[in-house]
Structure formats: structure tokens, C-alpha cells
Design a protein around this ligand. Structure first.
Ligand SMILES: Nc1nc2c(ncn2[C@@H]2O[C@H](COP(=O)(O)OP(=O)(O)OP(=O)(O)O)[C@@H](O)[C@H]2O)c(=O)[nH]1
Ligand SMILES: [Mg+2]
Length: 218
């Protein structure tokens, strides 16, 4: 029996695929973001939520996305290509975080607008991963983002909330954070994630594979 081309990958295969990630381009503004023909998955969330660390963990590359103790580190939209043998079959987008307190209000509003435009208008956007530090929960700015993407999620956009830095919570705090986020997440999937403990890594890798490799419909 032959395996169908889009058979569900196991975690090992999904991680091997993610490990192929390579830098594609960086764009300081939305209009400089190149169009392409592959499914794109965006990592969004507050500054310091752990977006860049999550991308580094999933791709098993220490310095692919620039992670930092200084909030506001990622200031441009960075794209990474995925695909075996150098043949791109998906793109990951690391977006600058929002809500960093030291950023002037006008810049915050401008960035919120850029983010909303990206989420509403980006073609080929197949999935959104919203990263959230469960010690802060989903904040007002996350709620704005949820409202923006809700119509697209209703139309089939894949959506996952990752509660990052889960290693900083004990079991009961984790359970509580999960149930609160599930109520708030606009019907999206919610998972715990820890780069430090590698919690949630396999499941997230498989999900990203599934999003970008849907079974062929006959
Ligand atoms: N304990 C723990 N710390 C983490 C984890 N993930 C990220 N961090 C830390 O959180 C800080 C911020 O991580 P980044 O990945 O740079 O966050 P970001 O969301 O990309 O931030 P911006 O680029 O500012 O938007 C860094 O000090 C990371 O080491 C995790 O799973 N566990
Ligand atoms: Mg970052």
C-alpha cells in the first residue's frame, strides 16, 4: 500500500521538517513583505511572550530568530522558509511583539494597526500562533488581536494559543491557565509550551505540519 502524500506526520517527521528552517527575509514594514505562494504561519503576541524562543525551539536552531531578555527585540517581520531539500513548502513569520511599556503610545498604535492589517490582509496566511505568558494571561491587546482574527478563524484560519514559559507554573496553575485561556480563545486550540522543558513541542510541531499539509481532497 502506498502512503498518501499528505499523510499525518509523526512528531519526529514534523520536527525534522521544522529543522529545515532558513532565513528568508526581514521586512521593516508590511509593504516590504514579499508575496509568496506557500502557506504562512504567523507567531504573534506581546513583547517578551517568547515568540522568537518558540521558533528557535521548534526549529531546533539556537539563533534562527533573535530571542532576548530585552523586550522589543524583534522589530521587523522576519520570515523563515521551511521544506526539505531546499524546496520551500511553508513559511514562518516572527512578528514584533506589542505592548512593550517603553514604546511611545503613537508607535504602539501604529504597530497595532500594522498587525491588524497583516492579519486581515496577508494572503496565504494559513495559521496564527498567539503566544501568551500565562502569568499575565490574555491582555487587552491580545483581545484586540482576537477580535481582528475572529472572522478569519470562522472562515477556517487555523489558530492556536500557546501558553509559554509553562515551566514557571506548577500543575494547578497550569490547569487554571489552560481553562481561562480556553474560555477566551475564540474557539482556538490552547496548549501549554515550555522551551526550557520542551513541553508541548512535539504536539505543536505536528499541528504546524498538519496546517500546512492538509490531506488532499478527492
Ligand atoms: N523559563 C522560560 N523562559 C522563556 C521561555 N521562552 C522564552 N523565555 C524567555 O523569555 C524572554 C523573551 O523571549 P523572546 O523569545 O525573546 O520573546 P519575544 O516574544 O520574541 O519578544 P519580542 O521579540 O520582544 O516581541 C527571554 O529571556 C527568554 O529566554 C520558556 O519556555 N521558559
Ligand atoms: Mg522576538
Amino acid at each position: 500500500m502506498t502512503t498518501p502524500p499528505a499523510a499525518r506526520a509523526d512528531a519526529k517527521q514534523a520536527l525534522a521538517w521544522l529543522h529545515t528552517a532558513r532565513f528568508l527575509t526581514t521586512a521593516p514594514k508590511l509593504e516590504f513583505l514579499p508575496p509568496h505562494e506557500h502557506p504562512e504561519i504567523a507567531f504573534v503576541g506581546r513583547s517578551n511572550a517568547g515568540k522568537s524562543t518558540c521558533i528557535n525551539t521548534l526549529t531546533q536552531q539556537k539563533r534562527l530568530a533573535f530571542a532576548s531578555k530585552t523586550p522589543g527585540r524583534t522589530q521587523s517581520i522576519n520570515l523563515f522558509s521551511l521544506g526539505k531539500q531546499g524546496v520551500t513548502d511553508a513559511v514562518l513569520a516572527d512578528l514584533p511583539g506589542y505592548g512593550y511599556a517603553a514604546v511611545p503610545k503613537a508607535d504602539k498604535l501604529r504597530w497595532q494597526q500594522v498587525m491588524a492589517n497583516y492579519l486581515v490582509s496577508r494572503e496565504n496566511l494559513t495559521g496564527v500562533v498567539l503566544l501568551c505568558d500565562p502569568r499575565h494571561g490574555l491582555t487587552e491587546l491580545d483581545e484586540v488581536l482576537l477580535e481582528v482574527i475572529r472572522p478569519r478563524v470562522e472562515e477556517g484560519l487555523n489558530f492556536l494559543v500557546l501558553l509559554t514559559k509553562a515551566d514557571k507554573l506548577n500543575r494547578s496553575e497550569q490547569a487554571k491557565a489552560l481553562s481561562i485561556a480556553r474560555l477566551q480563545s475564540a474557539g482556538g486550540d490552547v496548549k501549554l509550551f515550555s522551551a526550557l522543558k520542551r513541553q508541548g513541542v512535539d504536539e505543536t510541531a505536528q499541528l504546524l505540519w498538519d496546517w500546512t499539509h492538509p490531506p488532499e481532497t478527492e
